[in-house]
Design a protein around this ligand. Structure first.
Ligand code: PLP
Length: 597
């Protein structure tokens, strides 16, 4: 939901309010209004659109104000006809047409305006053309059946925002004015600050987890009874412990001095030139141990210590999460046992050696297909048998609640940094696109987290199509998956008709997972994120291309994300952030085999 703050008047006040980055600022060019504007508009951040508000003003006047103030949008508050709007459409400006509403409204009057304006705005009918300071009966908007985005205006304060949220109205943006003023045209900066905080808080619930551990239809904790005490102990404590100042201090110190954060947000000049758009790379490959995974294992080991646990277990497929866990156990001097399928132990010898060198014990899982899912079963069995002293570190946004939420929070440092780094480099916090590869979904969750509720930020999740989505050898969960339960969580997963989990395949071991985390299942279902699948060949091509274009050898997982550049068209002014989740050293043998170096 966008925020428009209308009736701005005083330069210092405008600067103050613009610091909160509203989506729109409105200036009223109607002389009879107490908020009539005829001063200078100070320099504003580029992301804020300037709206000029007019009431039956002559064409020439509107054109001259557009010119003088470099307006982005005109808002027409009088009896302007569809023909008048059509004339204005010849300018590059966007048009908001206002309709005043009281207890009833004939929605048919909108029809002639559909094609000639960009937005509708519904305001309360009263003595004045707008600015009456009271809401109308919003219930009648349930009858709104146009696809045109609309703003809601009239006496909106914090309480009203809650009401709009509860009524679930399809509002594009809300327009606030008098409720946030100390005098006509003078906004109360602290009330505006509060408004933004509040909006961000209540909006957070939309795509994020709810108090029961669900993301829409997905998530929860579907676990055997024997596991319940362990998971419940974690659920009851994770939010409180991670919110403690001493925890936050220790976490951020380690991220800074041990992991090497903040990781750079690097403007990829040669890549940007080739694709004629602005591409930034979030350099998680520069984290200690070579990928984002360590952000999460640091968070969880600090939590384990505060819960009084002395023994750490984990499961690993390709070995990356095992290495990240063994690393933080060494750092904290805790016992570490990593379960790994017997076949994976053979396939991933260098990572096995790393774990051993870091002091961890690698225990082979010898049942079933002897891969990740069997290792997971072994780890769960261990945890059930050692509930008192053992903590189970899960490596992605998967597993029973609270794991997906907890891991997403630890990884959310990625998007928090992107925001402040972009603000510094581009004068705005929000990019147009964030792109990340998805195995379980933790690097994507971290890169998306603080943008989830800003729907002007497009989110793109990239899965592994292996040898082709329909080749029978892929890990394209969103395209192929159905609802099911894996690792204690209800989510999308690849399964046979009778519900057996199918063996996934990707050339990159880190994307080779038959499900996605529940957050991503929800992002897919609600279409909040776009999901693309990229084949082995496309990813390998990009591994080589990024190496030679930017001097960065990416992990093969990460290379999948870059292939989006060949599959989607971006505008020259778009800011595209690609989460560079990890470096490719670990994949050198696969690259050698593929390219026959
Ligand atoms: C493990 C890994 C992934 C996939 O895991 P997510 O939880 O989806 O992030 C992606 N990239 C790299 C470099 C990895 O090591």
């Amino acid at each position: 939901m966008k925020l428009k703050i209308c009736g701005m008047k005083y330069p210092e006040n405008i600067v103050e309010v613009s610091k909160q980055h509203p989506d729109y600022l409105g200036f009223i060019f109607y002389e009879k209004s107490t908020r009539y504007f005829n001063g200078e508009i100070p320099e504003l951040p580029k992301s804020i659109k300037k709206v000029g508000v007019f009431v039956d003003a002559p064409w020439e006047e509107i054109i001259s104000k557009i010119d003088q103030y470099d307006l982005d949008i005109v808002q027409l508050h009088g009896n302007e006809t569809p023909e008048f709007c059509k004339l204005l459409q010849q300018t590059p400006i966007e048009i908001i047409k206002v309709f005043s509403v009281n207890d009833d409204f004939n929605f048919e009057v909108l029809a002639p305006y559909e094609a000639v304006c960009d937005y509708f705005l519904f305001d309360t009918k009263g003595k004045l053309p707008g600015g009456n300071g009271i809401p109308f009966n919003w219930k009648i908007l349930k009858k709104y059946n146009s696809a045109k985005p609309f703003f809601l205006s009239g006496g909106i304060g914090i309480e009203e925002i809650d009401k709009i949220k509860k009524m679930n109205l399809p509002v594009h943006g809300i327009d606030v004015n008098s409720k946030f003023e100390t005098g006509p045209g003078l906004k109360n900066a602290s009330a505006i600050r509060e408004l933004f905080l509040h909006k961000n808080n209540i909006m957070r619930t939309t795509y994020n987890v709810n108090e029961k551990g669900f993301y829409g239809n997905f998530g929860g904790a579907f676990i055997p009874e024997m596991l319940y005490p362990n998971v419940e102990e974690l659920r009851q404590n994770y939010l409180q412990i991670t919110a403690e100042p001493s925890f936050q201090q220790e976490f951020s110190n380690l991220l800074k001095d041990y992991v090497g954060r903040p990781t750079p947000l690097y403007f990829a000049e040669r890549l940007s030139k080739e694709y004629n758009t602005k591409i930034y790379l979030k350099r998680e490959d520069l984290c200690h141990t070579g990928a984002h995974k360590v952000n999460n294992t640091i968070g969880q080991i600090l939590l384990a210590k505060r819960l009084g646990k002395t023994r750490i277990i984990a499961e690993t497929g390709a070995g990356q999460h095992g290495v990240a866990t063994a690393t933080v156990c060494a750092l904290m001097g805790l016992e570490c046992i990593v379960y790994m399928g017997e076949i994976d132990i053979r396939r991933q010898a260098p990572n096995v050696a790393r774990m051993k060198m870091l002091g961890a014990e690698v225990r082979p899982a010898t049942s079933g297909s002897k891969t990740l899912k069997d290792a997971t079963n072994e780890a769960i069995r261990d945890w059930i048998n050692n509930p008192e002293n053992t903590y189970y570190i899960i490596g992605s946004v998967v597993g029973p609640h609270p794991y997906p939420d907890m891991v997403a929070r630890f990884q959310s440092v990625i998007s928090a940094e992107i925001k402040s780094q972009l603000l510094e480099k581009e004068g705005r916090e929000n990019p147009d696109y964030v792109i990340a590869c998805v195995g379980g979904g933790s690097n994507a969750a971290g890169a998306f987290y603080h943008f989830l509720d800003d729907d002007q930020v497009n989110l793109i999740a990239v899965e592994a199509a292996g040898k082709g989505i329909h080749s029978g050898e892929s890990a394209a969960t969103s395209a192929l998956g159905k609802i099911g339960i894996i690792h204690g969580s209800k989510t999308l997963l690849m399964q046979t008709d009778d519900g057996q989990i199918t063996e996934p395949y990707s050339i990159s071991a880190g994307l080779d997972y038959p499900g996605v985390g529940p957050m991503h299942a929800h992002l897919y279902e609600t279409k909040r994120a776009e999901f693309l699948s990229i084949t082995d060949d496309e990813a390998m091509h990009w591994g080589l291309k990024l190496s030679q274009l930017e001097g960065i050898i990416p992990a093969i997982e990460t290379a999948h994300a870059f292939a989006v550049l060949d599959n989607k068209k971006f505008e020259p002014t778009d800011i595209v952030v690609i989460n560079l989740s990890g470096r490719g050293d670990k994949d050198l043998n696969t690259y050698i085999d593929y390219f026959k170096f």
